[in-house]
Design a protein around this ligand. Sequence first.
Ligand SMILES: [Zn+2]
Length: 193
Amino acid sequence: MTISEIIERLQAGNANFVKDKLASENNNSERREILVGGQQPFAIVLSCADSRVVPELAFDTGLGELFVVRVAGNVANTSSIASMEYAVAHLGTSVLVVLGHQSCGAVTAAVGGGDHGDNLNHLLAHIGPAMHDLPEGASVDEVIRKNAYLTADELVQRSSIIAEAVKTDKLKIVPAYYYLDSGEVEFLNKSSA
Ligand SMILES: [Zn+2]
C-alpha cells in the first residue's frame, strides 16, 4: 500500500469502528500461522496506555497490521523512539500515527503540576513543551492536541532513522486525536499546529 492508501485504510477502519461495524478477519488461527515467519505492519501507532484507547480496534485491524507503541501521554522517550525506529528501519512501515486522546490522564496530571514521584515526573516532563508552547490557561484538550503535534516533530528531531525516512518520503508522521465518546480518530492538519 502507498502512504495515502494506508491513511485511507486507517480512516475506513475507524469509520467501521465508529459505526459498530468492525470487519477485520485477521484475528484467527490461520492469520497467526501466516505471521509466524514475520511481520509487515502497515502503520505504527504511538498511543497512550489508556485502556479506553485501543488502536487495533479503533482502526479495525487484526494481527500483524499495526505496530503499536504504548506509553502514558503518547510521549517520545528513548525507549518509545527506539521501538518506532525498529519498525521504520526493519519492517519498512511507512505511516506513523501519534495518537493523543480526549481526557488524557497523563496530560491532565502534567497540567495540574505537583510531585508524582520520580518515574511519573520524568514521564510528565515530556508533556512540558506542549504546555509551554500554549498561552497560560490553555485547556487540557488544547495541550493534548499540541502534545501530539510536538511529539511528531520530536520524533524527527531525536531520531536520525525517522528523520531520514521522512526526508526520503518513506515515512509520513500524522498527529491525531481520538474521541473517547464517539471512537472517532481525527487526523490533525500539521499546518494548523
Ligand atoms: Zn492518556
